[in-house]
Design a binder for this molecule. Structure first.
Ligand code: ADP
Length: 869
């Protein structure tokens, strides 16, 4: 270091020079000065002392040896002021005076100091010597030495040697100070570097953590847990901008009171809150004094509010709060902004990631939904290449057609039979070109070889890679088509069955309806009144044979049980085996109406199996056929009833009129005889005449009684009066009553009566039954003997009335006991056709039955069987 030690250094004596010590160039003085210099060097080199202490010690060396007081002043940074950093004074009495002088802060650019500093030369004014402190050509301050003013005539208060010495001391002090300053600056720089390095390390840590934060919440967590520590902040918060609502929402805060957290949760962007402000202005807001932030647990006396900006877009705001007033230097500002920058980047990344995850989840969900739809679809869904190769096959397709996905994927669709293949492929190609099939029918086959009718819908699909494909949806409409065909069939059957009320015709039509659509052979079987089952109509292959399969045994069983019987006739393995070995499938269903089984209907085929749908179709046909049969029979009955009624009316008028005419004639003849003969009228003739009148009246009465009985019985008003009765006696009584008539017609009457046939019966009603049977035997007996027999068993009485008369034709027998039924013409035989009906009602009311055996032209036997009550 070049030191300027000017020769022109001036020493100015003051007016008061005290006991100044003069250092001349005498040897002891030189030694003393050298010792002083050595001591000064030692003090200045003492590294254990801080610069102020060094300066104090230096001043202590100067006083009292070289002056009575000494002050070391340093320039302020702006170079305007000199500040006393060390001082010393020897005499206690002058200390106070100097003290005031020393402690003064003085302008550096005025007076002696300015001159000294400007010129770099020491200036002595009176007994004060001010020396420059210079190092590396720069003025640092001054060393001021006071000495009592010399006596007038004395030499200069500071001799050149002293001057030189003091300047040497000042130079050494300046150099030491410079070194100390350099050292301090270097230490400060090192400390700053250490702080910066520490921050950098911590920032790296935060950055590392942020780089792993996958969600905005995690970003906030890292920033507020790690970031606060890094920034030495005591609290803070991270808000996110909600672009929809133009406000910021608190994501997380640290060091806040719950109240403040709640209050700060949503902050409109328009508010004065620092978080909102920094976002509005898109630049950090540094609050260095007490108005920084409210609501912090430790009062925040300063805070930094940093916008989190990525690509010019504000994502949120980050606030650090500090419990001390805080001047944010450039480094710290840059550092906090760096933290904010990394936080913003992490936030943006997290948002992107969240967005991507949401999109992926939505995609996954959409995919799963689509997959679930395909899996759950009741319709078969398949994706086919234009050449028919299967690329997708859902469970419904497997259920419908029988092939599993593994079996068909990558292979050509096996469900289309060869004869339809060309047409199908053509439609596939058209579909992949965009033509849509909308429920088109397709005849396919299942894995088991059975036929399936499908409705097909198609649509074109463009896969990400590769040529367009055809999406096909297929629905099995086999059953629906069968159902529709069955409905059509039944509708047709309804029409056919309604077309005729003739029983036979109806049956024939029924049989022919089912052939060939549902059966090769169809038979209609009826049970007659005797319980015999016979085939009344057939259609199909076995029309020639009398009884078509499955034969009378099965049919009788079905009629008796009223339940259908079926045989599929097929093995599962081979549906065509129905034909094999003469096996066949059949359905036999009862013809039932109003709770009665009339007969049965049979369907037989060797071509296929019958299933439940066939069975229900046959049952429905049988139900309708039975109804038609019933209608035909009711129609026949109604016609018969009408015919009988008309017949009855003509007979009734004839029957009622004939006795009346005879009666009128008889009475008129008697009255004429009486008029002619007066008292001489032959009493015998009168008796015979009156007897004839009596017979006619009785006959009339019987006829009227019959009519009364009919109306009574029809109304269900037959009341029995059961009394103990000996039946033989009653038979004899009735026979006696008939005796004259039998005699008159010359009909022999034989009685063969078991004795004591007793029971509880209605006497008058049984009389009526006997009268009817005996009068019929007389009427239709052609004069041949009539025999009445009476037998008795344990609990029953049996009466037989036998005649050898005209007999009854076989076809009339079933209806003989019906109302108005007659087996003869009214021209030959009178009668209402009511007697047997009434007799049956009476006998059945008493718990018995009446029946007839008869051979036309040979005679009849009527049997009455009665419980003995
Ligand atoms: P009717 O008053 O016509 O005799 P019934 O009910 O007594 O009425 O008899 C019904 C029909 O039964 C008769 O019209 C007749 O054709 C037949 N009939 C009844 N009894 C005999 C019999 N003993 N021999 C032959 N036919 C008979």
């Amino acid at each position: 270091m070049e030191r300027q030690r000017g020769d022109g250094m001036t020493m100015v004596a003051t007016s008061r020079l005290g006991e100044a010590r003069h250092f001349g160039a005498h040897a002891p003085e030189i030694e003393e000065r050298l010792a002083l210099l050595a001591e000064a060097s030692r003090v200045l080199a003492d590294a254990s002392l801080e610069p102020p202490a060094v300066m104090e010690r230096l001043c202590g060396l100067v006083v009292p040896l070289l002056g009575t007081a000494c002050a070391l002043r340093l320039l302020s940074e702006d170079g305007l002021w000199l500040r006393t950093v060390a001082s010393a004074s020897s005499a206690p009495e002058s200390r106070a005076r100097f003290q005031a002088l020393i402690s003064q802060r003085m302008r550096a650019d005025e007076g002696l100091a300015a001159e000294v500093l400007d010129t770099g030369e020491a200036q002595g004014v009176e007994a004060v010597l001010v020396l420059p402190l210079r190092a590396r050509g720069h003025a640092m301050g001054t060393l001021t030495v006071w000495r009592d003013a010399p006596e007038p005539g004395d030499s200069e208060p500071f001799d050149p040697g002293e001057h030189l010495l003091l300047q040497e001391l000042a130079d050494r002090a300046a150099m030491a100070l410079d070194v100390a300053r350099a050292y301090a600056a270097e230490r400060q720089a090192r400390q700053a570097a250490e702080v910066a390095a520490g921050r950098l390390a911590r920032l790296q840590h935060v950055t590392a953590e942020l780089s792993e934060a996958l969600t905005a919440t995690r970003v906030a967590e890292v920033v507020l847990e790690q970031g606060l520590a890094v920034a030495d902040a005591t609290g803070g918060g991270l808000w996110l901008v909600d672009p929809d609502t133009a406000r910021v929402t608190l994501l997380r805060c640290a060091g806040c009171t719950p109240d403040a957290e709640e209050r700060l949760r949503r902050v409109p962007l328009t508010e004065e809150a620092p978080a909102a402000r920094c976002l509005r202005e898109l630049r950090p807001v540094w609050l260095e004094r007490g108005d920084a932030l409210e609501g912090m647990r430790k009062p925040a006396l300063s805070s930094a509010c940093l916008p989190l900006v990525v690509d010019g877009r504000a994502l949120g705001a980050l606030v650090f709060a500090f419990s001390m007033p805080h001047g944010f230097d450039e480094d710290e500002r840059a550092f906090l902004q760096l933290v904010a920058h990394h936080a913003a980047q992490a936030l943006s990344r997290a948002r992107l990631l969240e967005g991507e995850q949401r999109a992926r989840a939505a995609l996954r969900e959409a995919h799963q939904t689509l997959e679930a739809i395909i899996q759950a679809s009741p319709a078969a869904i398949m994706l086919l290449d234009p050449d028919g190769t299967v690329r997708l096959w859902n469970p419904a397709a497997e259920r419908m057609l029988g092939w599993t996905a593994e079996e068909v994927m990558g292979k050509v669709l096996p469900a289309v039979p060869p004869e339809h293949w060309d047409a199908f492929r053509h439609s596939l190609e058209r579909a992949t070109r965009g033509t849509v099939l909308d429920g088109a029918p397709l005849a396919g086959r299942r894995r088991d070889g059975s036929a399936v009718q499908m409705a097909v819908w198609t649509g074109r699909v463009h896969p990400a890679n590769g040529p367009p494909q055809c999406l096909s949806m297929m629905v099995d409409i086999t059953e629906r088509q069968r159902g529709e065909a069955a409905q059509r069939f039944l509708a047709e059957a309804g029409g056919v069955l309604a077309g005729s009320l003739e029983e036979e015709e109806t049956l024939e039509r029924v049989a022919h309806l089912a052939v060939p659509a549902y059966a090769e052979t169809c038979g209609v079987f009826l049970e007659d009144e005797s319980g015999a089952v016979r085939c009344v109509a057939t259609a199909g292959a076995s029309e020639a044979s009398e009884v078509p399969p499955p034969g009378l045994l099965v049919v009788t069983r079905v009629i008796q049980s009223g339940r259908p019987e079926t045989r599929s006739g097929l093995s599962d393995a081979d549906p065509t085996s129905a034909c094999a070995g003469g096996t066949f499938a059949y359905l036999c269903v009862p013809l039932q109406v109003r709770g009665h089984t009339l007969g049965a209907l049979t369907f037989v085929t060797s071509k296929r199996a019958y299933d439940a749908q066939d069975l229900s179709l046959a049952q429905e046909l049988a139900r309708r056929a039975a109804l038609a049969l019933d209608n035909a029979s009711l129609y026949r009955d109604a016609r018969q009833a009408i015919r009988l009624r008309e017949e009855f009316l003509s007979i009734a008028s004839h029957e009622l009129k004939t006795p009346i005419s005879a009666l009128v004639l008889q009475v008129q003849s008697l009255m004429a005889g009486l008029a002619r003969s007066g008292a001489q009228f032959d009493p015998e003739r009168l008796r015979r005449g009156l007897e004839r009148v009596d017979r006619q009246v009785k006959r009339q009465t019987l006829l009227v009684n019959d009519l009364l009985d009919v109306s009574r019985l029809s109304a269900g008003k037959l009341e029995l009066v059961l009394v103990p009765l000996e039946l033989g006696a009653l038979v004899r009584e009735v026979a006696e009553r008939f005796e004259p008539e039998f005699a008159r017609s010359g009909t022999p009457l034989e009685l063969s009566l078991a004795p004591e046939v007793r029971g509880q019966w209605d006497r008058l009603r049984l009389d009526q039954v006997l009268t009817n049977l005996m009068s019929n035997a007389l009427k239709y007996g052609r004069g041949n003997p009539v025999r009445v027999e009476l037998e008795v068993t344990e609990g029953r009485a049996r009466l037989r009335v036998k005649d050898g008369g005209i007999g009854i034709a076989r076809e009339h027998l079933p209806r003989l006991f019906h109302r108005f039924e007659r087996a003869v013409s009214e021209r030959n035989y009178g009668g209402f056709g009511l007697g047997l009906w009434i007799a049956r009602q009476i006998v059945e009311a008493m718990g018995g039955f009446i029946e007839v055996d008869s051979v036309l032209g040979e005679g009849s036997t009527f049997r009455v069987d009665l419980p003995r009550g």
